[in-house]
Design a protein around this ligand. Sequence first.
Ligand SMILES: [Zn+2]
Length: 259
Amino acid sequence: MPMLKTSGVVIKAYDYAEADRLLVIFSEEMGKIRVRARGVRKIKSKQAGKLEIPTQAEFQLHCRPGGDLYLLTGVKARCLYRGLKGQLDRWLSACYCLELLNEMSVENDAQPELWTLLLDTLKVLETGSALKTVARGFEQKILSLAGYGLETESCVSCGRELRGESYGFDPLQGGILCQGCSRRGTGSRLSLHGDSLLAIKELRERPLVEYGEELGPRQDAELSALSRIYVESIIERELKTPRVIREMEAEIGVKNSEL
Ligand SMILES: [Zn+2]
């Protein structure tokens, strides 16, 4: 049975069989892989704490010939990102980015730019500021790296140059609509202001560590809705974390209004 070692981050983990955990690991050398960790839910297991999201570790794996599920044989934790777990907004932002990465990446295919983006994002979310903008930037960067980057210069429907103050978005055509096409109702699912279109370009091009400050609430809402609608149309199901975040924000809003 061939053995291999790789650096990786646990991006999803769930219970499997009687005492096992099934891990989705985004690795430096092989991209996204699925790994079975045997017996780690037993009380005496020393590995359990090292296998939670979003631990970064060196993983030692066995690979069965012809199988697509690796077997964990050893793990050496490198970073547990403890700063993320103590604060709800940092934690939820990280969970959201991990969910997007899991949904938008393919298995067993090294993707070094996604690996770098993952480590940069976790670091910024753990210690940095402008968490919502980091999430918006992660959305635009991962869409681009996965081959779904938005065309921001011309209308996806008629090809005219995008100039003006308001636009639409068509998830099925995967692009921004000019004002004319948007008004004609050719598939537009939301309206975007001109500054949101500029923000898409800037978020995509600038490194996450340079963001510094949050977008305005309207821009954040527009870009957040655009990414969610777009990604959900690509993966053909609902993302889980945005719903959790919306429900928690609604609950906090209700509590604040009762004060
Ligand atoms: Zn158009």
